[in-house]
Design a protein around this ligand. Structure first.
Ligand code: ADP
Length: 402
């Protein structure tokens, strides 16, 4: 059974093709970028044969983009399929499931309508996700498709964690509340890390730190997300590559006033110009910032301190929220690879029972591993995330029930 996963952004499509016949094997992964431009680029890796292909040509829409991807999947040289009918199902990453979807869902006309209704809550992401779903419908009519929502895992948040202290009517009228994102990743790494320490995640208090360009942190109490740092949009919470994370709204209003910013410009400010980029003035990329910090750049050093301190504060808050902690998990490009961040976050946390093995932490990169000391009351683990695999697994599970 072959499952194609699609993660459609406004101008890009990430895809992977899995075979679920003998276990779970990844056959192909690729990325189409710059959709809508004259120089769209498709990079296509045939994992099973260790080959890579790339080509540039204009791709005006998602439908044409997916058509190109499918053509390469069945191409004699670049492909792994004899015919397109070998694709059993498609799984889509969908950013926002609102209050509708506690789990991934088989795509039906009603589900599409709800994803469309939720554009109001995710104006950047849901339209692109929907475009991918419709493109697949046109190209491969009748193929079962599944939507896997970034928000689903956080459906268990209690009202005390998801309400903002705004007039209640805004929740009723506009569904303004905290939703949380990165749900597939938090759930996947929590389960993986628990099994790495030989425990069932449903008996543990876990904090998962997904640290990448976008970052979020989640408190998971016996298998349920009980709090998470992203809110109504993915801008709340931790300091990110270009997003502010938590911010005094009064400060934003003051900047808008002084710089004469409209809501669009303010949105750009908090989403694209802030975070590590804004603080350091160097880059949104952790590697560039660390290099500059080692060379003595003070703003880079400040950005790193603010980044790690925010994570530390959230860990403290979530220990309080759950009345304890058994397992702390690091994942995402930074969480998996950057030992300095892990070291800064875990420093001086003995009071909370967090003690890491500094030597072990230093040499580990992109590998599932326990990094806490044997006598650390809280186990600390690096667990590599794999959102595409979760999408493929959920798709397989849901179409098997059909
Ligand atoms: P996204 O949110 O776009 O999926 P990723 O999870 O890929 O992001 O993470 C990207 C971040 O991970 C970047 O800031 C990058 O600098 C950082 N990163 C990747 N590899 C390393 C490394 N070896 N050391 C430090 N940071 C790294």
């Amino acid at each position: 059974m072959k499952i194609l996963t699609l993660n459609c952004g406004s101008s890009s499509i990430k895809y992977q093709l899995f075979d679920f016949k003998e276990g779970e094997s990844l056959l192909v992964k690729g990325l189409l970028e710059r959709i809508g431009c004259k120089d769209s680029v498709l990079t296509h890796k045939v994992v099973v044969r260790n080959e890579e292909y790339s080509e540039t040509r204009p791709v005006p829409s998602h439908t044409e983009g997916i058509q190109w991807i499918i053509n390469w999947l069945i191409d004699e040289q670049k492909g792994v399929l004899k015919q397109v009918e070998e694709i059993t199902a498609a799984g889509h990453r969908v950013a926002h499931g609102g209050e509708y979807f506690p789990d991934s869902a088989l795509i039906t006309p009603e589900v599409k309508k709800k994803i469309e209704d939720l554009i109001e809550l995710a104006p950047l992401h849901n339209p692109a996700n929907l475009r991918g779903i419709l493109a697949m419908e046109n190209l491969l009519p009748g193929i079962p498709q599944v939507a896997v929502f970034d928000t689903s895992f956080h459906h268990t948040l209690p009202p005390r964690a998801y309400f903002y202290a705004l007039p209640y009517e805004y929740y009723e009228k506009y569904k303004i509340r905290r939703y949380g994102f990165h749900g597939t990743s938090h759930k996947y790494v929590a389960q993986k890390a628990a099994s790495l320490i030989g425990r069932n995640w449903e008996e543990l208090k876990i904090i998962t730190c997904h640290l990448g360009n976008g970052s979020s942190i989640t408190a998971i109490d016996r298998g349920k997300s009980v709090d998470t740092s992203m809110g109504f949009t993915p801008v709340e919470g931790l300091v990110m590559g270009t997003r502010t994370g938590d911010l005094d709204l009064g400060a934003l209003l003051s900047i808008m006033d002084k710089e004469k910013l409209d809501t669009r410009a303010a949105n750009d400010l908090i989403n694209k110009k802030s975070g590590m980029l804004g603080l350091s003035g160097i880059s949104n990329d952790m590697r560039d910032i660390e290099r500059a910090a080692h060379d003595g750049n003070q703003r880079a050093q400040l950005a790193l301190e603010v980044f790690a301190y925010r994570i530390k504060k959230y860990i403290g808050a979530y220990v309080a929220a759950m009345n304890g902690l058994d397992l702390l998990v690091f994942t995402g490009g930074i969480g998996e690879n950057d030992y300095e961040t892990r070291q800064h976050v875990c420093a001086n946390m003995e009071y909370l029972g967090i003690k890491i093995d500094l030597d072990k932490n230093c040499y580990l990169k992109g590998k599932d591993e326990i990094i806490s000391l044997p006598d650390s009351p809280v186990k600390v683990v690096i667990a590599c995330t794999n959102e595409e695999l979760v999408i493929a697994r959920d798709t397989y599970r849901i179409i098997s029930k059909k």
